[in-house]
Design a protein around this ligand. Structure first.
Ligand SMILES: C[S@@+](CC[C@H](N)C(=O)[O-])C[C@H]1O[C@@H](n2cnc3c(N)ncnc32)[C@H](O)[C@@H]1O
Length: 311
């Protein structure tokens, strides 16, 4: 094929030769493709957001979710996609907590702020218009969610990265596929049938775990100048742990491992003695006490993450 079709009057006006015209056409095509991709992706995003409609959580479920999270006056609750504000207003009114609701819908945000003031909790229950994926959630001690599964999946990395260990996340009906809940419960709520086609409400609770993955050096204080040094290796998937230990007498099994927020417990047998360890994890350090049948007093222990493992 010749360049003939470029030799239109319009191109001649630009004073271009066929090879220049071909380059110009390629650039135009590229520009058009970029614009088209941008338009498509923003319209897909808009469609995706519109997939999360406003459906309120029945009040009885709101109460149970806040109870399940153990909300008290010390808590700061964040509801991502806060609807008419019932979660945060209940947390403030019934549980004396403070909190913020984040919703993308201006009208729902206005309704919620007005209701919080009318209920006398406007100073502790506030609502802001924002995309939940952009919200600052770092101050939360409890996060509540009633969002569809794809939102749960997209929120998972944000929740893991931005929430402090020990923060409770409680969700209505939908869970995160990879991160198993620490607790779950089911309620029968006839009021749900109309909006959801079922009278069942499923509640899920997760507790954000400390990061313990890697190698640790543990010191067990046996009294006097006696100390036992133990190497510990943790493999971690969310709150689920696997571990191995090594000490002067050889390798030993680590059993009954449990991580809840920053609280850790496990059993270790050293020599012939089985020990039960409990402790707390904070910033690359662990400390706590261990009990064993022979000792009436709990034995202090501490551990530090090996420098090469610190991230
Ligand atoms: C299923 S309703 C839940 C309302 C409330 N949390 C409750 O349990 O009653 C979901 C809410 O999320 C809001 N929403 C949808 N997409 C959002 C986004 N990207 N950021 C913030 N809010 C969003 C909707 O406006 C709606 O109010």
């Amino acid at each position: 094929m010749k360049w003939g079709y470029y030799e239109s009057e319009a191109f001649k006006e630009f004073g271009m030769k066929p090879p220049q015209l071909a380059l110009f056409a390629r650039l135009l095509k590229k520009l058009w493709l970029t614009v088209f991709t941008l338009l498509l992706s923003s319209s897909l995003q808009a469609q995706e957001l519109s997939k999360l409609p406003y459906v309120p959580t029945p009040q009885i479920v709101v109460d149970e979710m806040l109870k399940m999270a153990g909300v008290t006056a010390k808590d700061f609750v964040i509801d991502l996609g806060s609807g008419d504000g019932r979660m945060i207003i209940t947390a403030a009114r019934t549980f004396n907590a403070s909190g913020v609701g984040v919703d993308i819908d201006t009208k729902l945000v206005d309704v919620s702020n007005k209701q919080a003031k009318a209920d006398g909790v406007g100073d502790r229950a506030k609502f802001i218009e924002q995309d939940m994926f952009k919200a600052d959630i770092s101050k939360a001690t409890v996060v509540t969610l009633y969002v569809l599964p794809d939102f749960m999946e997209k929120l998972r990395p944000k929740l893991m990265a931005e929430l402090k260990p020990g923060t409770r996340i409680v969700a209505h009906d939908y869970y995160m596929s990879e991160w198993y809940p620490d607790r779950q419960q089911m309620l029968t709520v006839p009021e749900k049938v109309k909006a959801n086609g079922t009278d069942k409400a499923y509640l899920y609770l997760w507790i954000v775990p400390s990061v313990v993955a890697g190698s640790w050096r543990m010191e067990l204080d046996l009294g006097g100048s006696q100390r036992q040094f133990i190497g510990l290796w943790f493999d971690q998937r969310y709150q689920m742990l696997d571990a191995a230990a090594e000490h002067a007498l050889g390798t030993t099994k680590v059993e009954k491992l449990l991580l809840r927020g920053n609280e850790i417990s496990f059993n270790l047998t050293i020599g012939a003695n089985p020990y039960q360890f409990t402790g707390k994890v904070n910033d690359g350090k662990m400390e706590g006490t261990a009990v064993t049948a022979g000792n009436s007093q709990p034995i202090p222990w501490r551990a530090g993450k090996l420098p090469s493992e610190k991230k």
